[in-house]
Design a protein around this ligand. Structure first.
Ligand code: F6R
Length: 251
């Protein structure tokens, strides 16, 4: 596990975008595992800029997203499908038919989970997986639990996650209570993982993620078992690691 510091959100975003950009340059047919939320928006902006300058093309890439709310149509402006279109896909040359996300409108949870697992399998797995981290340690929507869920499944979101995501909705009651998410095994099967974290609200859980025991109660802690994880965090998110385990920070 590599832990890289950044002085602020913008530097974190640029460093992460450079890693994704290098991946796409070295392998234009990369399968990119993508995330939503506040953490990756800056890095998507940098990728858009690099694409605009003619430095990278996504025309041969495939993109597979981590999760989607149950009950939201892809055209709903709160859906993750809409988020990806607005924040990345419509600005670059990725082919929309090469982008994948769980179908939030499929209420047959088993069928949708199996369909999405088959999509990932058919793509041959993910080359580089981008992650954010919830302030409860979730990755994708794998919430703290007694066991690690393996593949795509439907989860009940915790109250903590619902409250953390309330900022994206007009009314807290509008937030779906369930979501489809890739499982921990799906995430851990990616060849490379890049996790971005920003803000003091992530500081304690980031410390537990990298320095604590590996436990499904802190789902992100499982990343300690992956052999190619890069965490890029701004100084606020790094603050507890800096205080309690500075030797873990690479630079
Ligand atoms: C989003 C996702 C979530 C977020 C996490 C952090 O696709 O899978 O795990 O990465 O909730 O969200 P932000 O970045 O908004 O703090």
């Amino acid at each position: 596990m590599r832990i890289l510091g950044a002085k602020n959100y913008d530097e974190m975003s640029r460093k992460a975008a450079n890693i994704i950009s290098a991946q796409v340059t070295l392998n234009p047919k990369s399968v990119l595992g993508l995330a939503t939320g506040s953490s990756p928006i800056g890095l998507y902006n940098h990728l858009i800029k690099l694409h605009g300058q003619g430095d990278i093309s996504f025309s041969e890439c495939q993109a597979v997203n981590l999760d989607e709310y149950l009950g939201l149509d892809k055209n709903s402006d709160q859906s993750y499908a809409y988020f990806m279109y607005e924040n990345l896909f419509k600005h670059v040359d990725i082919k929309l038919e090469n982008t994948y996300i769980p179908n939030g409108m499929n209420t047959d949870e088993c069928a949708e989970s199996e369909r999405y697992n088959a999509v990932i399998e058919k793509l041959g797995g993910v080359d580089i997986q981008l992650l954010g981290i919830g302030n409860n340690g979730h990755i994708a929507f794998n919430e703290p639990d007694d066991v690690f869920a393996k593949k795509t499944h439907c989860v009940e979101l915790t109250q903590n996650t619902i409250e953390a995501n309330a900022r994206f909705f007009d009314n807290i009651d509008d937030i779906p209570k369930k979501a489809y998410t890739m499982g921990v095994q799906s995430i851990m099967s990616a060849k490379k993982i890049v996790l971005v974290a920003s803000g003091v609200g992530k500081a304690e859980i980031l410390y537990q993620t990298v320095a604590g025991g590996i436990t499904p109660n802190v789902p992100a802690s499982v990343l300690q078992l992956h052999n190619d994880v890069t965490i890029i965090a701004d100084e606020d998110a790094l603050s507890v690691i800096r205080e309690k385990a500075p030797h873990l920070i690479n630079n």
